[in-house]
Design a protein around this ligand. Structure first.
Ligand SMILES: [Zn+2]
Length: 504
């Protein structure tokens, strides 16, 4: 049936191969048939390429599309609104700005994040979207927006059955009205699992749509909900993504409150049947070494989000320790109001640099590893690594062309190192997802970008007014949250995740 498929040849680029020469990739042609890579080679037989559309990739690097393995589309319109606040205080503002919004806004915010992602060479986002309330029409809007723009999505609406205020250690000291501001309601476990199950059946995975299960965090999920998530993931053969040990407060909570589980969220998740090869824990800044070993043994992985972890004052995930433990790793860019960018080049560079400042000894070469985490690692986190994350025959045709005339490659010495340490996304001129050219000559082909910009500008007037209301109404909570935050920092947990400050 191959003859009926649309053919595309990417001609004469340097094709990045994880298993080949990562510094000087060979020049080759890539034949795409339909949605998949059919062949790669220096000289493809003309009978195979006959009738194909040709994209000239001379002077280009061709790399696999990157996979952002931790992302939330619900706050893309909050980009640039925050700077000073640690995570628990930032949530006070960003959570309400993501919930109870119009369907038009949900569509626009999804497109805004997807457009930036594609422009930066991210062909797949794992969207752990907060749909508040969890409704079918919102699900339809988000899935349609991704389809329209042509981005691949691992769709995983977040579920939780313990209210948001539970994220805070020492919440008991907060006045009731402040607790209410943080969020004191949540839907039931069964209701949410049934909802997700119904959505997965209503929109089965196909084309560029994939599913995963997204319990919010151990401290926000009862054992019943976590067990339901583990069962749902097993039934549909899906990955699981959950926020774990993002902040110091969360590890203090585990140690002081979850004493029935040895003070460990990993044990808590293990008891609920979650600690297995499907599990991916986002952040894991405050994971201890014993927990890393248990994660590695279970083939469970971490999704590192250095950008938001640093901006939101959470700390630095222990990259070298995880590496030593043999943990599976993927990379993410997290919220648009927490990082404030969807750019895996920054995430890869941080992975390497933060490993460098973790040990003064000569270290391992990490650039090619970062590239693998940003592609294959992300694919593996979604259980899709048999067809995503590499440029190989049989794999999905998700790829990115970078113009090596850019100064990032002047002079050109190493593809892996210059992609990680020098590239910003500036050199990207063509992006292909599922065999479809979505960015060509730096212009998005699938939507009207100018119309989107205009619609967002119009929407933002009301959005900013709503944001000002949230800021004003929540000001009284800040001193209380700061107090709880400082108590958390006084607790001794025997882990260090901050750098370069003389102890005060
Ligand atoms: Zn997150």
């Amino acid at each position: 049936m191959a003859a009926d498929l649309q053919k595309l040849v990417i001609q004469g680029g340097r094709v990045y191969d994880h298993d080949g020469d990562v510094h000087r990739p060979a020049i080759a042609d890539i034949l795409i048939e339909g949605t998949r890579i059919a062949a790669i080679g220096p000289e493809l037989p003309s009978e195979r390429t006959a009738g194909a559309e040709v994209i000239d990739a001379t002077g280009h690097l061709v790399m696999p599309g990157m996979i952002n393995a931790h992302y939330h589309s619900h706050d893309t319109l909050c980009r640039g609104l925050f700077e000073e606040l640690p995570l628990e205080m930032w949530l006070l503002y960003t959570l309400p700005m993501g919930g109870h919004r119009s369907k038009r806004e949900v569509r626009l915010r999804t497109l805004v994040g997807a457009l930036e992602s594609l422009r930066c060479g991210i062909t797949t986002v794992q969207d752990m979207v907060g749909l508040i309330p969890l409704r079918e029409d919102y699900v339809d809007v988000v899935i349609t927006a991704y389809e329209d723009i042509g981005a691949r999505v691992v769709f995983s609406p977040m579920v939780f059955d313990i209210p948001a205020v539970a994220m805070l250690r020492y919440k008991e000291g907060l006045p009731p009205e402040i607790q209410e501001m943080m969020g004191t309601t949540a839907a039931g476990a069964k209701q949410q699992i049934d909802f997700l199950d119904a959505q997965i059946k209503r929109h089965p995975a196909r084309g560029t749509l994939h599913w995963a299960v997204g319990p919010f965090a151990p401290q926000r999920c009862t054992p019943e909900l976590l067990e339901g998530c583990a069962d749902l993931a097993a039934r549909h053969d899906l990955g699981i993504y959950i926020h774990v040990y993002e902040t110091r407060g969360q590890v203090v909570m585990a140690r002081e409150v979850y004493t029935d589980y040895g003070g460990s969220f990993i044990t808590y998740m293990d008891k609920a049947g979650l600690l297995n090869r499907r599990l991916n824990i986002a952040h894991s800044v405050w994971l201890d070494r014993g927990e890393m070993d248990r994660m590695a043994e279970a083939d469970a992985g971490a999704v590192l989000n250095h950008l938001s972890n640093m901006k939101l004052k959470s700390g630095i995930a222990p990259v070298l320790d995880m590496r030593e433990a043999g943990m599976r790793v993927a990379l993410g860019c997290d919220n648009c109001s927490g990082s404030d960018v969807q750019n895996m080049f920054q995430a890869m560079k941080m992975y390497c640099l933060l490993a460098s400042v973790s040990d003064p000894e000569p270290g391992p070469a990490l650039a090619h590893e970062a590239l693998s985490h940003a592609t294959l690692g992300g694919a593996r986190s979604a259980m899709l690594d048999d067809g995503l994350g590499a440029l190989k025959p049989g794999y999905k045709a998700d790829l990115v062309l970078l113009d090596m005339n850019d100064t990032a490659y002047l002079p050109y010495n190493s593809a892996a190192r210059q992609l990680v340490y020098s590239e910003t996304g500036r050199a990207i001129d063509t992006v292909i997802v599922d065999g479809r050219v979505v960015i060509k000559d730096r212009v998005v082909q699938t939507i009207d970008k100018d119309a989107l910009r205009q619609e967002v500008i119009e929407l933002m007037e009301g959005f900013r007014a709503d944001f000002e209301d949230v800021v004003t109404s929540r000001a009284t909570a800040l001193p209380h949250l700061l107090d709880a935050h400082r108590r958390v920092w006084k607790a001794d947990i025997g882990l260090e995740r901050f750098v370069a400050r003389t102890r005060r």
